[in-house]
Write a protein that binds this ligand. Structure first.
Ligand code: HEC
Length: 164
């Protein structure tokens, strides 16, 4: 009986551990940190005066309103060579993510047929929080407009490796 009880407790602990791990698991776990990271300053901050560039200012102006806290990026190892060389031809698949932990949100860039695919999701559930409203900060077209057309500073629709 005692043995049975111990076995039962061990099994329950294993299930709890595995459950915890599954919950904490994100597809970018184990990916390499990208260069894009930092605090998202409040809306009145001029980041150009602090050494930032035009696209960073535009990004702050677009997202400061949702007070996203700080952000970090991760790049898929399968895309790392292109990222490191600032290349423009990313392989199809998941490319990179921008994680806003404080607000449980992640921006995702994938490539399909050489073209970028953008989404915004809740980290905890994986559910998309993308908007269909024109001009909305979370509309994938807003992502595309900045990542694809900002004076060509982002190569292959990836922006974090544009400097250094
Ligand atoms: C106004 C410009 C702008 C908009 C709009 C924008 N981004 Fe970005 N994005 C950037 C910049 C600039 C960086 C790099 C930040 C840095 O250097 O710290 C970045 C970084 C990223 C990264 C990390 C990989 C990389 O490219 O370095 C992902 C993923 C990403 N953005 C996805 C999105 C998604 C998805 C949206 C829409 C929901 C979006 N972005 C909207 C400018 C923008």
């Amino acid at each position: 009986m005692r043995k049975l009880l111990v076995a039962f407790i061990l099994a329950a602990a294993a299930v709890a551990l595995m459950g915890g791990a599954a919950q904490a698991g994100n597809y970018w776990d184990g990916w390499k940190p990208g260069k894009a990271k930092g605090p998202m300053p409040p809306c009145n901050v001029n980041v150009i005066a602090l050494g930032g560039d035009d696209i960073l200012q535009a990004t702050v102006d677009t997202y400061c309103g949702i007070k996203p806290g700080s952000y970090v990026s991760y790049i898929n190892p399968a895309a790392w060579d292109v990222y490191a060389k600032k290349g423009s031809k990313y392989p199809d698949g998941q490319t990179g993510v921008l994680v806003f932990k404080d607000i449980d949100a992640v921006f995702t860039t994938d490539h399909k047929g050489g073209q970028p695919v953008y989404d915004a999701k809740k980290i905890s559930t994986g559910q998309s929080i993308a908007s269909k409203d024109a001009g909305h900060p979370l509309n994938p077209q807003t992502c595309a407009k900045c990542h694809a057309t900002f004076n060509g500073v982002c190569k292959g629709f990836v922006c974090g490796n544009r400097i250094n």
